[in-house]
Design a protein. Structure first.
Length: 524
């Protein structure tokens, strides 16, 4: 839905709702929106609305129509565009409409109608679109859980916690798989070394193994400095009797890995397989069955089992590097997250602080309504509601006092501005509170082509040849009036010269602008 809001000139604050189809604007009673302002033609402007698109068309008005400072015949308009008419500046506003089906529950005894439902808890029906369904599910199923946490934790703390959870999940899903894969590759390489050690025992002791003489088996290469990474090993038979190392001769295996290997190879189906197991603490266990040919049975049988526990420095180094990489990623991501949290936090609270300060200014009469340059569409309904409340407060104050405060006259203030102009050097023009020309000095007459004796008492929109110039002056007047009379400046080409238009509003005791002092300075 489109609407026009008067943001400058007469009828400031008035709104015109634009319906689908043609909407005519003018002074004629036949117009859809009657605007009884001097300078506007009977049939001035036609705006055609087609869904989310709107077209503006000048209907042959005598003073023309400007959109964003340019004279138009027919143009597409959008949200935020400004339409300048004589003594009026309209802003185009596009309002998003949401249709909500409210299911009202039966009132209980003693329950008021206001307590029957809470708008925040109303659930819209699930949309049919596949794209909109995940959004609906997230909004009405997931977010209520977050809202419940917000009732226990401050907003800033909750956002920080959610950001930290996001970082942890992100790192776990991206970096940890890479680190895990690199560790798996390293374990496989270490396992190959262990298998070579086990195969070497079988190869060097082939004669003793064939005769089942395990007391003569040589395993010295698994001990001392030559056995890099070998933490411990055991050579034992299927009964668990240990033959090597010599320090454990004729004892029985009792460590979990060796016992598990003995039980594993007791099953004939497993005797041709090798066992590789991660024992934790950067240790890898390798087990292998050593077989010899049995002439009586006519097949190979298990003579002994060798288990080796590997703890190479490369595996410990890899674990250390992985931990370091994870911590570095976590710290770096946390620093970036803190930066983004700061941006998110201050971007969110700035419009609220701005609104709070403007409410104080409106209550003190220094400003007419809340407004903001920040683009924050979600907060517009709140700002409009507050403006309505402030307006009602003013109306109630006027009602309570029993009389409406009268506006101050412009005359005394305009006379003061004329005295300033008498001593000024350079082009000067004075407008009253309605943007009607009061005084123009000769330098300004030569510059802008408007004579005081022919234009005094007329709107600048009616007398200016360049309607863009007139709209710019009016816009600067409104800006100065809304900023407690602070000087407003804008560059504009006048008569082929690049000039600065300076506008200062003189504010009266009733906090409204009583006149505008306009100077023109060459932009060298």
């Amino acid at each position: 839905m489109f609407k026009l809001v008067v943001v400058g000139g007469k009828l400031r604050g008035k709104e015109y709702i634009l319906n689908d189809g043609e909407n005519t604007i003018g002074r004629s009673a036949e117009s859809d929106h009657v605007v009884s302002v001097e300078g506007i033609s009977k049939k001035h402007l036609r705006i055609t609305v087609n869904g989310e698109t709107a077209f503006a068309e000048d209907m042959g008005s005598s003073n023309g129509t400007l959109v964003n400072g340019k004279i138009i015949k027919r143009i597409t308009i959008k949200d935020g565009d400004k339409i300048a008419l004589p003594n009026l500046i309209l802003q185009v506003v596009y309002v998003l409409e949401k249709k909500i089906i409210i299911k009202k529950k039966v009132l209980k005894a003693g329950e008021s109608d206001d307590d029957a439902y809470d708008d925040l808890n109303q659930i819209e029906p699930m949309p049919q679109s596949l794209i909109a369904k995940p959004i609906w599910f997230f909004k009405y199923k997931v977010m209520p859980v977050i809202y419940s946490f917000n009732e226990q934790y401050e907003w800033a703390a909750l956002v920080g916690i959610l950001l930290f959870v996001f970082i942890a999940i992100n790192i776990s899903l991206t970096i940890l798989p890479v680190l895990r894969d690199s560790k798996i590759l390293l374990i496989k390489e270490i396992a190959l070394r262990g298998k070579q050690y086990a195969a070497e025992v079988d190869r060097l002791n082939n004669v003793y193994i064939r005769d089942k003489n395990l007391d003569q088996v040589y395993t010295g290469f698994l001990e001392g400095a030559d056995a890099e990474g070998v933490q411990s090993y055991r050579l034992f038979d299927l009964e668990g009797r240990v033959y090597r190392p010599v320090s454990e001769l004729n004892t029985f295996v009792n460590d979990p890995f060796s016992v598990e290997a003995k039980n594993f190879y007791s099953n004939e189906k497993n005797q041709d397989r090798e066992v590789i197991q991660d024992l934790g603490s950067n240790t890898i266990g390798i087990a292998r069955a050593i077989k010899a040919h049995d002439r009586n049975l006519g097949r190979d049988v298990v003579v002994a089992i060798i288990t080796i526990r590997f703890s190479p420095t490369s595996l410990a180094r890899e674990a250390s590097n992985n931990s370091k990489a994870y911590l570095e990623s976590l710290i770096t991501s946390a620093m970036v997250a803190i930066f983004f949290f700061g941006m998110l936090y201050y971007m969110t609270i700035r419009p609220l602080d701005e609104m709070r300060l403007q409410i104080e200014r409106v209550l003190r009469g220094r400003q007419k309504e809340l407004e903001s340059k920040a683009l924050f569409r979600e907060i517009h309904p709140l700002r409009n509601s507050i403006n309505s409340i402030l307006m009602r407060i003013k109306e109630l104050q006027n009602t309570d006092s029993g009389e409406t405060q009268s506006m101050e006259e412009d005359g005394p203030y305009l006379r003061s501005l004329k005295e300033f102009m008498a001593g000024a050097q350079g082009p000067v023009m004075i407008l009253n509170s309605e943007k009607v020309i009061q005084h123009i000095n000769p330098e300004a007459e030569d510059l802008i082509g408007i004579r005081e004796n022919a234009s005094a008492g007329q709107s600048i929109l009616d007398t200016a040849r360049d309607q863009g110039f007139a709209a710019t002056v009016i816009d600067l007047c409104d800006q100065s009036a809304n900023n407690e009379g602070c000087n407003q400046k804008e560059s504009y080409e006048i008569g082929g010269k690049d000039m600065y238009i300076n506008v200062t509003a003189l504010i009266g005791k009733d906090k409204f602008a009583k006149g505008f002092y306009i100077t023109f300075v060459r932009n060298d």
